[in-house]
Every structure is written in structure tokens, then in C-alpha cells.
Design a protein around this ligand. Sequence first.
Ligand code: F6R
Length: 612
Amino acid sequence: MCGIVGFAGTEQAAPILLDGLKHLEYRGYDSAGVAVYSPSSGLQVKKAKGRLEVLKGLTDDGRNMEGTIGIGHTRWATHGEPNDVNSHPHLSQDNKIAVVHNGIIENYVEIKEFLLSKGVCFQSETDTEVVAQLLAFYYRQDGDLMMSVYRVLHRIEGAYALGILCADTPCSFIAARKDAPLLLGYGKGCNFIASDVTAIIKHTREVSFMEDGEVALVTSDSITVFDALGRKIDKEHSFVEWDISAAEKGGYAHFMFKEIMEQPDAVRKTVAPRIKEDRIVFDELKLDEAYIRDMKKIFIVACGSSYHVGMVGKYNLERLIRIPVDVMLASEFRYADPLVDEGTLVIVISQSGETLDSMAALRKARDLGARILSIVNVVGSSIARESDHVLYTWAGPEIAVATTKAYSTQLVLLDMLGIWLADICGRISIEEYSSLLEELKRLPEKMEMILKNTEDIQYFASRYFNHDSVFYIGRNLDYALGLESSLKLKEISYVHSEAYASGELKHGTISLIENGTLVIALSTFLPLFDKELSNIIEVKSRGADVIALTTCDMAEELKKTVHNVLCIPRTSLIFQPSLGIIPMQLFAYYVALQRGCDIDKPRNLAKSVTVE
Ligand code: F6R
């Protein structure tokens, strides 16, 4: 959840670190800090509660910190409230060692008690400080920093990406990783570590991904990597395809809006390379056909919006492949006793590829014998690397905390997978296959049509932005769409909202409908159009204000009952949520805008949830 960056080179480090942190702020933004070393000033640490701007002000954009080597951190608080003292980097008592950390040290209480008994004094309430203090404690005994780092890594339990800078070895810093993302960046005359490539893409596109247990020694002209036993290893280098412009706002007021607008292109990039001669082709999937035909069940696990993709997937995959599809929140799956075995294909969906609960669910499923196929956006991420098969969503970097283009690309890729599997299993006719493929190809263009015409959405947002409770109702795929629409609204606008399967209303929730309650009725799943209409009439007759979403060909019909109608182009049934989500994302965006919310960085949230 936190962001780490490290730099060793010949230029002034602090401005480069602060710029890197700017691109990592989406991972956590309640405080930030940097530690740099220079021969004249020694080890200097500056940190501050609040957004990165505060730290930038404190350091004159980094200019008033001398030194060409350093580490930086942007925090999403777990242990200890966000304040200056709990911010990273944390210093050892002798002020020699600075540590930045992403993750959680689970046994920090026990280590802290041990160190307190040895006379070590602590400044902060964080778990991270024990790493700095324990390292200094061992270092005083060993006199060899690397040896002491290994001793610390053997002693701590939990998840970590660490950056360590020591005043005694000021030409290098050390990085270590277990269950939290960290990559190495190879520059010209300089080298980097970062939680995410966006932090360093301006300087280098040549990276390698650290694996669990690895430790790296970074200097300005080399990066040496060691395995968990301290043996030197060669790392494979990867080249990042996209450039810095993809990670910048490019004239848009918010990343979220930019990313909403990028959806047609993102979907195009995800779909087009996988259609060859009018067939869906997954060159990257080495799933053998015999396995697919014998498959007994599919289990989808994910968190948040990615889970909502799974909800759409359940309806669509069962419809297409005709085998049972279960979908479960990864945080539930990991502690449940799920019915998963060798005959189960487990699909893990994750934008970041680093979500801890999804990762734990993946490992559990693997231990139960399942094959793991992941749908991931971040290339080289942990989930991608631990899966048997990976399908990448080529959405490009997603910076806004609330997902939009990653959701859309996940959705379309899961649908494609469903069609592909159904074809192998012989459960889809040639006609249906071709018609789905035609519609798939036209999806980006239909998305563009929605994005070109947003006045009605803006109007409804300006009319209803001050409502404090909103209900989304829908049936079947529209219910799944409602879950995501509701999450979008609540996370960025802080308006309370709920999504209900329309048929469930009368089992309790309808008691909440009163005069003026805003209900967004999703009516794009046309086989149940009439049923949904009855639910709309039910809530209207109890005083609700209704905004309805349907396909353009049904708009007139719906207008006989509902005054406020939004419409989207018609597509194949299974793809309709891919279009339906766009007005819902925009509605949430405009409501949040009207309410003056911090859209890209909503309170209490962070983009990549690498803690439980
Ligand atoms: C909501 C949102 C989150 C993520 C969830 C899973 O807009 O972005 O709900 O979908 O935290 O994250 P990933 O997909 O990275 O595993």
C-alpha cells in the first residue's frame, strides 16, 4: 500500500526521489519522507504528514537536501496514525541506518520487546521501526551490514519491500523483498528501486522484478542481486513498453477522467491482438484442450472491482460454457474451505497483481491442486508470476485509485476467455461465435459513442449530487453492473450507496425507499426488461426518484414510466455491462466533482492493497 523509491547516481537524489514519489502517491498519501546521504551533511531525513506537497515545500522540492544517493517513501498508515514521527524513513537510534518499508512486520511486538529489553529506545508506533533498530543492533555485533540484513530478514515475519540506507556504506543502499512488490531499474550512470515502474519510467525502461527472498545491493553503476541464501544471482531484464506520457495526466483534470476516456483504446489493445482470422487466439495460454474439456468447475477469486468483474463472469461463463462457475472474494476464499481440486480452473483477477488477499487465495487454490489462470494488468507482478497461466489486460498504467479502464479490460478479457473455452468445449454454435466476435470488435467504437455524449450524465449528476444515499438496482448482469456502479460512487464521492438485485428489494430493502430516495435502475439486461420495469414502478410508487439506464432502442419504452433515462448502444447480451459501466463511472465522477472530492486520491484508500 505504500510506495518506495530509491536512487543511486551522480545527480542530486532528493528531487529525483520526490518526483518518483509523486508517481507513487496513488499507493498511499497520508505522509511521505526521504533519506539522502552526502559526505558533508551525512545521513539526512526529512518527512512530513500529509500530501507529498508538504514534503516538497519542506525541502524546496528536494533542492535543499544534498547527496546523490537516497531512498523515499509515501505512506498508507497501518501501524500508528499518520503523523510526522510515524512517517518513513525510520532511523535507528544511532542515526546511522534509515529504512523505508511497504508491508507489515507481523512479529514486530515481540522484536520490539526484545530490543526494549536491550535498552533500545523507539520513536514511533510503527512496525517498520523495529527493522531499523534490529538492523542497527545486529550491525553493532557483526560490523557487516549485509550479514546483519540477512539476520534481520530471518528474524522478521510478514510482508516487506525494504529500502535501507546506511551512513557507513554511503555508496550503496540495500533492497529486499517478500510478498510486496519491488523492482530494480537500470539507468545510465544511475540505478533505482521502486514499488512500481511509474516512479522511474522517466529515467529508465529497463527493469527486473525482485522475487521473494531476494536482496539487492544498489550503487550508481551496478545492481547486485543475491538469493535468500546470499548467493549471487543473475536477473532477467525486462523492457517496459509504455512511456512516461501514459503515467501523466496529459491535460485532463483527473487521472480518473483520463482513464475513463482511455477505455475504448485500452479495450482495443486488449482485444485486437487476440483476434486472428476471425478466431480468438490466446497464444500466451498453454492450457491443453483435454484439460479444458475435462474441467469440472471454474472458481473466480478477486477483490473489489475485480471481484465485480468476476460477478459478471459468473453469469457469462456459465451461460457460455455450461459448467458451474463460483465467484468468491479473495479475502473470504483464503480462510474458507472451498470446493477446489485438480478439476477446477481458478481464475484470479487483479489489476495490480499485488493484492495480498488475492495472492493468498491463489496460493491456497494452488495447494488444493487447482490450475491457476490470472487476469492481470501489471506485467511481472507477483500474481502474474505465481500463476500457471496469465492473460494480461493491456490497459496501461492505471493511476487513479478508483479503477475504470482496468475493470473494462478485465471484463472484456474474461468474456473472451469464456467464448474461447466454450468453443473448445463445443458448447457454442458457429453462428453465435461469429456474432459475438463481430460485436467484440465493435465494442471500442460503441464505447466512444457513449463518451462523446455525456451531457445527460452531467445533468443528472448536478441535479442529484447532494443526495446522501443512492440505490442501484438490476437483475442478472445488471445486478453485477450495479455492484461496480455503486462502488464507484461511494469510493470517490463518499455518498452512501447500495446495489441490490431488484428481486430482493421486497425482502427488506424497500423499507428504505421514501420520498426523494435516488434509485438508479439498470435495465440493460433485456430478457428481464419487463421484470425490471415492475421494480421501477414499485420504487417509484414509494416516492423514489429514478434514473434508469437502458439500451437506446428501449429508451422510448422506458420513458413511458421514467422521466430520467440514460441510454447506451445495444450489443450482445454478454457484453452489455462493458457499455453500461461507462455512464455509471461518469456519473460517479461528476457527482464527486460537484461535491469537491479529491477524486484521484479518495480518503482512506490506496491503489494497491498489499496488506490484509
Ligand atoms: C475500486 C478498486 C478496488 C480494486 C481492488 C482489487 O475502484 O480499484 O476495489 O479493484 O482493490 O485490486 P486489484 O485489482 O489490483 O487486485
